[in-house]
Design a binder for this molecule. Sequence first.
Ligand SMILES: Cc1cc2nc3c(=O)[nH]c(=O)nc-3n(C[C@H](O)[C@H](O)[C@H](O)COP(=O)(O)OP(=O)(O)OC[C@H]3O[C@@H](n4cnc5c(N)ncnc54)[C@H](O)[C@@H]3O)c2cc1C
Ligand code: FES
Length: 277
Amino acid sequence: MKEIFIPGRAIIREIVQENKQIKTFRLELLDKTQSFTFRPGQFLMLSIPHCGEAAISISSPPTALPLIDLSIRKAGVLTSAIHRMHSGDEVGLRGPFGTAFPVGNFPGHDLLFIAGGIGLAPLKSVLDYCLFQQEVEDDTVQRITLLYGSRTVADIAFQKAIEKWKNQGVDCRLTVDVGDPDWSGSVGLVTELLHPDIITPQTISLVCGPPIMIRFVIAKLLDLGQSETAILTTLERHMKCGMGLCGHCHLDGKLVCVDGPVFTYAELKLMNIMEFS
Ligand SMILES: Cc1cc2nc3c(=O)[nH]c(=O)nc-3n(C[C@H](O)[C@H](O)[C@H](O)COP(=O)(O)OP(=O)(O)OC[C@H]3O[C@@H](n4cnc5c(N)ncnc54)[C@H](O)[C@@H]3O)c2cc1C
Ligand code: FES
């Protein structure tokens, strides 16, 4: 039993500074005897000795294995500790855990990604996975649109990925809450980018970001006629075991670590969740 709580050792191969608060850590598991795979949307429990453990979404697609990206915002003890680490340092990883985005249902649909801040991390895994599928298969998603909101221009993260996605035909629309003289793009909340022409009957929306953003984005999507089952989002709760054993992430009859973190809005609506009520 105890083995499932012992993390595997992973080495930091590369660090990308995404903005002042967010870094992407490119990791590789050291134990090559254990096969490792995951699905976009799943998370890992990241640990550093004496600093604890935290749930972190995998931000790279499974197609990038054996490399695994974790995009981490400095928030507290553990995340500040990893921000002080360098290439070649070691961390612990357990997982993967949780539900994934249903990428098998995406072919034939338009995908609308709506993210705020670090919320782009789990969606990045899905987006890169879908673009990879587009390259290798005919029966793939139709139109891909990304709406991405940041507080200020300096807060815009994942700029390298966004440039790459634009070159791959993704319609990327960025907005900042507070503009500056050098910014010629949109200023305002991400909900203001949600125009009726963006939603088609084939659209599946994937929403990830701060709870308040998720709440207003979902309300707008419903106004625009998006069905409750075609809105996918993720819930964040503090986690301990990550695998349905400790009850720490309990929420109205669900354990977010095993029943989520990915939920449809139709599922969320049935739960008594403070941030969405
Ligand atoms: C499924 C999932 C995926 C996630 N993916 C990512 C990701 O990709 N990138 C990323 O940067 N973060 C992600 N997070 C969030 C991350 O797990 C948390 O921010 C985590 O708390 C950071 O650990 P820490 O030790 O650095 O911070 P902590 O020391 O845990 O502090 C972080 C904040 O949480 C508060 N806090 C601490 N303990 C509790 C508690 N028991 N109850 C309520 N509040 C508390 C603190 O006051 C502080 O404001 C994810 C969380 C979940 C559940
Ligand atoms: S974190 Fe232990 S049950 Fe979810």
